[in-house]
Design a protein around this ligand. Sequence first.
Ligand SMILES: C[S@@+](CC[C@H](N)C(=O)[O-])C[C@H]1O[C@@H](n2cnc3c(N)ncnc32)[C@H](O)[C@@H]1O
Length: 288
Amino acid sequence: MKKLNIGYTKTCSCEDNHINCLSAKEWLKGMVTIQEFFYEKRDIRDKTIHPAMYPIALPAHFIRLLTHEGELVLDPFVGAGSTLVAAQDLGRNAVGFDLQQKYVDLSMSRLTQSRLTRKTKQIAIADDAHNISKYLEKNSVALSITSPPYPQFLTHKRKNKSIRGNLRDNGHLHTVQQYSDDPRDLGLMAHDEYAKSLTEIYRGILPLMKPKAHCIVNVNDLWQDNKRYTTHAYVINALTKAGFEFRNTFIWDKRNLVNKVGIFGWPNNFISLGTTMEYILDFWRPVD
Ligand SMILES: C[S@@+](CC[C@H](N)C(=O)[O-])C[C@H]1O[C@@H](n2cnc3c(N)ncnc32)[C@H](O)[C@@H]1O
């Protein structure tokens, strides 16, 4: 199969050995481990359109830190296309994959700049993330960034435990918001099968990355049936097995987004308010 016609070389005039186009001051701000991100008007907050989206500001932050203009960003689980929108804003090429044609269409519809005037391309493709290597050249991707599906999470009926009192019945209570019934959907898999699939997918992505190119995964742990599922640990293990090296952890401080939280556990069950933060795990492709 012919590879995708998409640019991946830097078009800015920064030094070749610089990781990004930022000044020292901007770099310093970006390296603070705990970061807040704000949703803006263009972000979609309606869970009936897509059940799980990060704000455009999140991928934008890491695209600025870890790529140059003109380079190529990959999102293996593109969902509603927030990564593609951020890449378009910042003049980076980007390609995203999703099993669902409806999410690919949604992603493409959010790209506002005319294709004719754009210097860079952003493309969403309807395919299984296992097949990404069919589309991209080796050593071409400068950054992979995503929020992946969660194992068997969306197959559960929502209990909205993190929402206070009568606000809990917000139209989503007791609904099941899975992405699809497709057996290749990682959101339907049990934890072990999920970890295996994630390893296979990222093993395929590794050679497509430039050496020392970064790979960011935004993920949170889950509480289900009074048990903690350390999804972030599954992700670290899966990507390490795939050949990536774990480099940094950032914390997404979500306190600005969850001011109406219910009280978890009081007074006898010690459960942290997981909804107030998420992990942002940073890996890279080590030099061979
Ligand atoms: C958490 S969402 C991504 C959200 C995205 N970061 C955003 O902000 O819009 C995960 C996506 O992974 C997709 N998905 C699940 N299994 C997949 C697979 N095997 N290959 C490609 N996409 C898959 C789902 O359809 C879902 O849209």
